[in-house]
Design a protein around this ligand. Structure first.
Ligand code: SAM
Ligand code: SF4
Length: 429
């Protein structure tokens, strides 16, 4: 979502004449868009600003703006602690960036804008063209969260759950498709909680399916409690919704899920898994895991490992619990660092084994790949499989934006290496 936000901030500031520079040294404005989900996010920001300060030591100072969730969490504290920062903008206030910059240029007073104003933000953004111009584009449809998991800072930094108007999203999707996007990844902190006057994520996907030149649809991140039957049923007939469900479970232990305030059990999670597999056996799963959550025992960890074995997640994110200021779990006693690291290693070993196995199983098969771009070193084309795995192969630039058949010759944990099997774009994956 930060990538989407950064692009939209850029679309906005272009209106008042800003352009991206190739190097730091050429910039007269420096904007840092920040994430607060884990770890020492705040310290990283001050460290980065220190680096910028050094770069500009013998030059005139750029306008320095900190945006995103660290800005939201820290607000005016940032301006006090680091006078090099000029403006602070929360994630629901970045539509005000142009006025904030122009005001600052006129009056030179430092400002922080951290109101939660998602409606005004998206109304403003809907009037500004999304210039992303990528084969695969992000599109935010929902923001914020009302679920208050005990470990998570999102409800405090992104604010309450908000779903963008249905037609506003379709208009932005049309812009993206018209400017060449072949894949749209619908985004939200709880994307499947999307609900605009009764219209749900399933309705949105079915509408997007009608865009002839759009070839693939994905969404993330979803919450198990919002995985409703209407959404599950879209997988029955959809040609464009990819058969990969990112469904964070966090832990395989009911006891830990309860302590996290996740409000579902492993049995319920498995029911969703089974329903989806029954509807479309091609569907594979990925997840997020929080390891060493306060009070996690060896037996809780074993339950997580057993769940990984059962589901065979093909791609997952796993992190050690990181206490976030202001959240319910922030003051709980944490598990010893060495034990936490050992548990993370054990979990990742299992997750990575599955990932490697899945990639190996594709060797000597032909898969559909949406070609996104050419690698920076120009040697190979880069694309993604239906399951989001990176695929590298040789070919000419005309294939960018097309779905091609690639024969997989080799693989590692994260990448499939192949050769072009067929240059036609007849079969939509
Ligand atoms: N809304 C989605 C859900 O509930 O499944 C997840 C969105 S959250 C922004 C992204 C991921 O960050 C979570 O799934 C969780 O694994 C991770 N995360 C959030 N807070 C964390 C914390 N305090 N420590 C470690 N990981 C955390
Ligand atoms: Fe955070 Fe997701 Fe829980 Fe909301 S549902 S509080 S975004 S982890």
């Amino acid at each position: 979502m930060n990538e989407y936000d950064s692009n939209r901030i850029y679309d906005t500031v272009k209106k008042i004449g800003y352009e991206k520079t190739e190097t730091y040294e050429d910039a007269n404005c420096y904007l840092l868009n920040t994430c607060h989900i884990r770890d020492k996010a705040k310290e990283k920001v001050y460290h980065e600003i220190g680096r910028v300060k050094k770069i500009f030591r013998s030059k005139s100072k750029p306008l320095v703006i900190v945006a995103g969730c660290v800005a939201q969490a820290e607000h005016e504290e940032m301006l006090k602690r680091e006078p090099y920062i000029d403006l602070v903008l929360g994630p629901q206030a970045y539509h005000k960036i142009n006025d904030t910059i122009l005001n600052y240029q006129k009056k030179k007073y430092k400002e922080e804008e951290t109101e939660f104003d998602a409606i005004a933000k998206f109304e403003y953004l809907s009037k500004i063209k999304n210039n992303t111009n990528k084969v695969s584009s992000f599109l935010t449809i929902q923001e914020g969260c009302d679920k208050f998991c005990n470990f998570c800072v999102v409800p405090y930094t992104r604010g309450p759950e908000y779903s963008r108007p249905f037609n506003q999203i379709l208009d932005e999707a049309k812009q993206l498709v018209d400017s060449g996007s072949k894949e749209i990844i619908l985004l939200g902190q709880n994307v499947n909680a999307y609900d605009f006057e009764g219209l749900r994520l399933s309705n949105l996907i079915l509408e997007l399916e009608k865009f002839p030149s759009l070839k693939r649809i994905r969404y993330m991140t979803s919450h198990p409690n919002d995985m409703t039957d209407d959404l599950i049923n879209v997988y029955k007939n959809s040609k464009k919704l990819m058969p990969m469900v990112h469904l964070p479970v966090q832990s395989g232990s009911d006891r830990i899920l309860k302590l996290m305030n996740r409000k579902h059990t492993i049995k319920e999670y498995l029911e969703i898994f089974n329903k989806l597999k029954r509807i479309n056996p091609k569907i594979e799963f990925s997840s997020d895991f929080i390891i060493a959550y306060p009070e996690e025992s060896e037996s809780d960890l074993n339950n997580t490992l057993a769940l990984i074995d059962k589901i065979n997640f093909i791609n997952s994110f796993s992190f050690i619990f990181s206490p976030r200021p202001g959240t319910a779990a922030s003051s709980l006693p944490i598990i010893d660092k060495k034990v936490s690291l050992e548990r993370l290693e054990i979990t990742q070993k299992k997750l990575f084994e599955n990932q490697i196995k899945m990639n190996k199983s594709l060797e000597n098969t032909i898969i559909n790949v949406l070609v996104e771009n050419r690698m920076e070193d120009k040697s190979k084309l880069f694309g993604r499989s239906e399951y989001m795995t990176s695929v590298l192969f040789s070919g000419n630039d005309e294939l960018i934006g097309k779905i091609v058949k690639v024969k997989i010759l080799n693989s590692n944990k994260n990448t499939l290496f192949g050769e072009l099997a067929d240059q036609t774009d007849k079969k939509v994956a």
